[in-house]
Design a protein around this ligand. Structure first.
Ligand SMILES: Cc1cc2nc3c(=O)[nH]c(=O)nc-3n(C[C@H](O)[C@H](O)[C@H](O)COP(=O)(O)OP(=O)(O)OC[C@H]3O[C@@H](n4cnc5c(N)ncnc54)[C@H](O)[C@@H]3O)c2cc1C
Length: 452
């Protein structure tokens, strides 16, 4: 039987916190308490419903297996085709660069550049080499690997749009956070041959996504948006006996001789604590401990999400999402839900557009009109005038930026380094961002504690 005072407190009910809670519940050594500030669990995996049946997602849109059975067996149990769309290969995605929609790949195609620039850049990328470890910033790293032509005519404008910064202000691998490390530079057969060599594989993309398919399974619910997934995991966690503390935060953390001994919740409840899993920003822990936050503040891009319903069914067929890399467009990632999970025909087509910001924009109506125009101009929606703006969401501190001179945003301050019963993982820990990386970090941290 579990000692009822043997509490594991998990802070944050996003996928990191839910996974940590399920691992701990399965190990059976602790009473698990999940503390979530919001009234709903899921974090960036939440969905919002308009008119009771039209769902729009907040961040990531899919439940994506990791390939690690220790993770997948916990998170993807019982997700069959009765209730889920199961995608067994790479998802259909496109991109816009140089004003052209590429419906076969989300990688930027250098062949749309002016022919002289394209040819010069091709010679340079084939002659490129891995950047030295001591390069100072992204411009230097890209010039070594891709050559100066593609650095100036592709990466510079694209990163200005995505990161809102010059290449010289960004860390050598900052572009990877936005998934733009490979370029299409040659036709299919040549790309396949070049990609057999690891040094080219890292920089050169397949001409079409389907030429290098991923066997990792992805899931999307028939109904209700991706938020159904964390709701299902939360239900399983509650069934395993976990105590859920919604609309609650942590007011105080007590420590003694390098161990966390208790936490006080914002509703005044004090819990003895044998293990603390912290998945929200680490500076909040140091502030709670009263130890201050050393170092410079991390930099972020914020996201404004715009949700639309278009009466015409004329969204670009088949594509799940399109990344818009052109700097003069405010739209970034466009999600075409009806190509992922066809809805009720009479409703029309649901579309979400992500836009990226360094500060909160003033006039959201104006941005929503501009984005609507771009969807028409880029040929993603037939009849943009038939569209209705359903609403917006603001995600502050959405994308962490890796800045030059600050190779990683990890800033585990000394005061918490020494706490032996703390697991810091998830987006808030600052060391991982994509879902697979986050889940691996949670698994490693929790397994180490369970083994102790
Ligand atoms: C717009 C966007 C799109 C993304 N798309 C992808 C993608 O396509 N693929 C991919 O792999 N990754 C993507 N990501 C990355 C994303 O970081 C991870 O996929 C993952 O969802 C993060 O999970 P998490 O649990 O670490 O954080 P979150 O989902 O942010 O969850 C943190 C939770 O903690 C709660 N919380 C915050 N403060 C407190 C507090 N003081 N007390 C208690 N609770 C608190 C929050 O309410 C939230 O529920 C995207 C991120 C963004 C911003």
């Amino acid at each position: 039987m579990i000692d009822q005072s043997n509490n594991a407190v998990v802070v944050g009910g996003g996928i990191a916190g839910l996974f940590a809670g399920l691992l701990l519940a399965r190990a059976g050594r602790h009473v698990v308490h999940l503390v979530e500030r919001d009234t709903r669990l899921g974090g960036l995996l939440r969905s919002t419903r308009y008119r009771s049946r039209l769902s729009y997602d907040t961040g990531i849109h899919y439940a994506v297996e990791t390939g690690n059975p220790k993770i997948d067996s916990v998170l993807f149990q019982g997700m069959n085709e009765d209730k889920w769309h199961v995608f067994k290969t790479s998802l259909p995605k496109g991109n816009v660069f140089g004003g052209r929609l590429n419906s076969s790949s989300d990688c930027i195609d250098a062949r749309v550049l002016d022919p002289h620039l394209y040819a010069r850049g091709l010679v340079e990328i084939l002659d490129g080499q891995e950047a030295e470890d001591d390069v100072l910033h992204l411009a230097e790293a890209l010039e070594a690997e891709y050559g100066s032509t593609y650095t100036e005519h592709i990466f510079r404008p694209v990163m200005r749009k995505l990161a809102g910064r010059a290449l010289e202000q960004l860390a050598p691998a900052a572009h990877e956070s936005f998934g733009i490390s490979r370029l299409i530079v040659v036709p299919s057969r040549a790309a396949k041959r070049l990609k057999r060599l690891p040094e080219y594989d890292k920089r050169i993309a397949y001409t079409k996504t389907r030429e290098g398919p991923s066997p990792i399974q992805k899931f999307y619910p028939h109904d209700g948006g991706i938020g159904v997934w964390p709701e299902m995991l939360a239900g399983r966690l509650a069934d395993a006996g976990a105590r859920m503390h919604a609309a609650t935060t942590i007011d105080a953390v007590d420590t003694d001789s390098g161990r966390i001994t208790g936490v006080t919740l914002s509703d005044g409840q004090r819990l003895p604590c044998d293990l603390l899993v912290w998945t929200i920003p680490l500076p909040l822990l140091t502030r709670t401990l009263g130890t201050g936050v050393p170092g410079t503040a991390p930099a972020f891009r914020h996201v404004l999400l715009l949700h639309y319903l278009f009466k015409s069914k004329g969204v670009t067929p088949n594509l799940h999402w399109v990344s818009i890399y052109d700097e003069d467009a405010v739209s970034y990632r466009v999600t075409l839900y009806d190509n992922i999970a066809p809805g009720n025909d009479s409703d029309g087509s649901r579309v979400t557009v992500e836009t990226l910001w360094s500060e909160h924009p003033k006039d959201i109506e104006e941005i929503s009109e501009r984005v609507r125009g771009e969807l028409g101009d880029l040929g993603l929606v037939d009849d943009v005038r038939s569209g209705e703006f359903m609403g917006h969401e603001w995600i502050a501190n959405a994308f962490p930026l890796r800045l030059a001179g600050q190779q990683t945003q990890a800033r585990t301050p000394n005061a918490i380094d020494g706490l032996t019963n703390l697991v810091a993982a998830g987006r808030g820990a600052g060391t991982t961002f994509s879902q697979p990386e986050i889940l691996e970090a949670v698994l490693t941290g929790v397994e180490r504690q369970i083994a102790d």
